[in-house]
Design a protein around this ligand. Structure first.
Ligand SMILES: O=P(O)(O)OC[C@H]1O[C@H](OP(=O)(O)OP(=O)(O)O)[C@H](O)[C@@H]1O
Ligand SMILES: O=c1cc[nH]c(=O)[nH]1
Ligand SMILES: [Mg+2]
Length: 210
């Protein structure tokens, strides 16, 4: 799909949380806190313009029309690092259902190695938000998107903190129905496929080494 929608969330508060996450002196707890705060901003922006449904209500004074999300997205954290996003995303969209995908890159080849999939069978008509702070080569995100498309998802949003241009290109050329919401697109990948300047290993920085 040429011309994939990429929404960069560059609000000053988002930039401040991202700075905390990038700083190598930020400890695990503060990293998780900044990721949670930033997730709130990313999900808020990702849902701007989402279709709404009218809800008739009564205020203490009179009847009026209210509003709710027409179709709350399925939230899909990619383990491990996406776990640090799901609680806050779910707080923003409490009526959402949640699926899980587990994939870990092989440390020598950087290829994604899947180990978990727990998703509804039929995703037709349901928007899906994939939560993973890092989009590096794009291999892990593409694996996840392929699981979703195989279940008939046709409206997928990748919600990420940092992306490499290589990962953005990989999503764009995949032809899958995906858009990207991200706090920053960095310079690129180093020789072991880490994002530079990046923030290191987002799973390790929340939970310790695996
Ligand atoms: O775009 P890619 O090249 O696939 O890299 C991105 C993936 O790498 C990280 O996970 P990792 O494999 O380190 O697993 P973890 O979350 O368990 O640490 C990250 O959370 C993404 O899932
Ligand atoms: O920079 C990177 C690349 C992949 N996964 C991470 O957690 N960080
Ligand atoms: Mg990791």
């Amino acid at each position: 799909m040429i011309g994939m929608e990429v929404q960069i969330v560059d609000h000053p508060l988002a930039a401040a949380r991202l700075t905390t996450m990038r700083d190598k002196n930020t400890d695990n707890a503060a990293f998780r806190g900044a990721l949670s705060d930033l997730t709130q901003m990313l999900v808020y922006e990702a849902l701007a313009g989402a279709p709404t449904a009218t809800v008739p209500i009564e205020t203490p004074l009179t009847a009026c029309d209210g509003s709710r999300l027409a179709t709350p997205p399925l939230l899909v954290p990619v383990l491990r690092a996406g776990l640090g996003m799901v609680e806050q995303a779910h707080a923003m969209v409490p009526e959402a259902h949640v699926g899980f995908v587990g994939v870990a890159r092989d440390e020598t080849t950087a290829q994604p190695v899947p180990y978990l999939e727990s998703l509804p069978d039929d995703l037709s008509g349901l928007p899906v938000f994939v939560l993973d702070p890092m989009l590096a080569t794009g291999g892990s995100m593409l694996h996840t998107i392929e699981l979703l498309v195989a279940r008939k998802a046709s409206d997928i949003t990748a919600v990420c903190v940092v992306a490499a241009p290589e990962g953005v290109d990989a999503l764009e050329t995949s032809g899958h129905p995906v858009r990207l919401v991200v706090a920053a697109v960095d310079e690129g990948l180093n020789d072991v496929a880490y994002i530079v300047p990046g923030l290191g290993d987002a799973g390790d920085r929340q939970f310790g080494p695996r």
